[in-house]
Design a protein around this ligand. Structure first.
Ligand code: 5AD
Ligand code: SF4
Length: 508
């Protein structure tokens, strides 16, 4: 069976299975997902809860036990894993990085492209052996993949080693679900397709003490035709400004040096807040006043990037001059088919406005090649746009059809070899630009937030500039978590090497 036939067989059998009623197999919770339901956008208000607590009888369930969370995908997922870790620790579990030691393993999954999903299924296969050696082990699957019917059905059919599946809207239900999984005999499945309320005070075990993620909104209403996220993450829901500001203040008081504000489409922040006229620009303006060295945000949609935000970002200070502005394609027909709701010209104009207001801003982007029926000329438009924008770097992807999205229904006449060749050409251009940009840094003194030991050499420390460039240099370990000034001595394609300079030399 070739890859195409295998996929076809898999899709048709999973479609067939989705009509099956699995509920008879379940003694406990069985709430399966539905992408169709997830697509609906209701008008009902989202309530905010400040009263999350772990029931007393569940607070010791993990006593003497260990947990491990494996996280795939974006920062949103990383941050969700911090919440889950916080919940588990409040149930008495302690964290481990060794799978063989763990009593609970949660796989927090990503659905954005097929290869992300394949990695997860590979990992589930590996976990079978662990479960065989340790039948008491609880294996859970959560995150975006668990929001897809086809995935849940495939797990039910082929991965009986899994004890628990829960969705992105069910994280606060982890104590109850885990209790059912530990004490029940059947697989526990609880995936709400419709988003729930905002739960403000979930416990959180943050990964580091230097950089912190702060959610400002959940969900996405953009429905770009290729993207699964609006289905897996629900409708746009903004947190209250005062809750966000308090969280950032709290992190500042606790010595954090950098905050990244998170949302699938942060520029839509505040649009759903009925009682206030308040957007991302207003929020950034408030955060600008907080005594914390750096504030970033991700990820932006060009459509909602307004002038007020640009004016506020131009104030600089702790608002860093790095703009991640996903473009996806440089061709207007493709942008239309993607339902991005801007043209190439509008994108370039917006970027021009930002560059004018923040002349030293670095720009990065996301690009998809090989969208259904993308012609050579249309791809060339993306190449010319990349040249014109002169990006500092770009995340580039081959289009991956996602079941249930409009683009997945489009006929596609572009062979995979052509898509791969386009990606290669695009990457060569991006790398060339990135290397050239790095050369501009040579000899300059840059401000670096020291993140830790370099991955390749523990004797070397590494950190990032305000523009998010990776810098490696030698310094005492005590510099970790500090902001230092580094003179760039060597530019590589992906990183810079340098040496720490004394503060007195900085302006000299
Ligand atoms: N195929 C390929 N890339 C995708 N992205 C989102 N959906 C898909 C898809 N179906 C990319 C977009 C987005 C980034 C997070 O992932 O470029 O900005
Ligand atoms: Fe993956 Fe997107 Fe979900 Fe993040 S939001 S986990 S990138 S699918």
């Amino acid at each position: 069976m070739n890859e195409e036939q295998r996929k076809q067989q898999e899709t048709s059998s999973s479609q067939e299975k989705s009509t099956k009623d699995y509920s008879q197999y379940f003694e406990t919770t069985y709430v399966p997902p539905s992408l169709k339901q997830a697509k609906k956008r209701g008008k009902e208000d989202i309530a905010i809860h400040y009263d999350f607590e772990i029931p007393v009888n569940m607070q010791q369930i993990g006593s003497g036990k260990k947990f491990l969370i494996r996280t795939y995908g974006c920062q949103m997922n990383e941050h969700d894993s911090e919440n889950m870790a916080g919940i588990l620790m409040n149930m008495g579990f302690v964290s481990t990085s060794i799978a063989e030691e763990a009593d609970v393993i949660l796989i927090n999954t990503c659905a954005i492209r097929e290869n992300a999903e394949n990695k997860v299924f590979g990992e589930l296969g590996h976990l079978k052996a662990l479960k065989r050696d340790n039948p008491g082990l609880i294996l859970g699957v959560c995150g975006c993949m668990s929001q897809e019917e086809s995935v849940v059905n495939r797990i039910l059919e082929k991965h009986q080693q899994i004890d628990l599946i829960f969705g992105t809207h069910n994280i606060h239900r982890l104590p109850e679900l885990l209790q059912s999984a530990i004490f029940g005999k059947e697989m526990v499945v609880e995936v709400w397709s419709k988003e729930g309320d905002i739960i403000e005070n979930m416990p959180r075990a943050r990964k580091g003490q230097i950089q912190g993620w702060v959610n400002i909104m959940y969900g996405c209403d953009k429905f770009c035709t290729y993207c699964i996220v609006p289905y897996t993450r629900g409708k746009e829901r903004s947190r209250r400004p005062e809750d966000i500001i308090e969280e950032v203040r709290h992190l500042a008081r606790n010595g954090y040096k950098e905050i990244t504000l998170l949302g699938q489409n942060v520029n839509a922040y505040g649009k759903d807040l009925a009682d206030v006229n308040y957007g991302l620009g207003d929020l950034m303006d408030e955060l600008h006043k907080i005594d914390i060295p750096r504030i970033r945000f991700t990820t932006s949609h060009p459509r909602d990037f307004d002038d007020h935000l640009i004016d506020v970002l131009a104030k600089g200070g702790n608002l860093v001059e790095h703009i991640h502005l996903p473009v996806q394609s440089g061709n207007n027909e493709i942008l239309k088919l993607m339902a991005r709701k801007y043209t190439r010209e509008q994108y370039v104009e917006l970027a021009g406005k930002i560059k004018q207001a923040i002349p030293n801003a670095s720009f990065t982007t996301d690009i998809i090649v090989g969208f259904p029926n993308e012609t050579e000329e249309q791809f060339e438009d993306t190449m010319t746009l990349v040249r014109e924008m002169d990006y500092d770097s770009a995340f580039t992807y081959i289009y991956s059809p996602r079941d249930g999205t409009p683009a997945a229904k489009m006929q596609d006449n572009v062979p995979m070899e052509v898509k791969k060749a386009r990606l290669k050409r695009l990457n060569e251009l991006v790398n060339e630009q990135s290397a050239k940009k790095n050369l501009d840094y040579q000899g300059r003194v840059v401000e670096v937030l020291v993140e830790g030991e370099s991955k390749k050499n523990p004797d070397v420390l590494s950190g990032r500039t305000r523009t998010n460039r990776l810098v490696n240099f030698r310094a005492p370990k005590s510099a970790i978590g500090q902001i230092v000034h580094v003179r760039v001595t060597e530019a590589k394609t992906w990183s810079l090497n340098g040496e720490v300079v004394e503060m007195s030399e900085v302006n000299g």
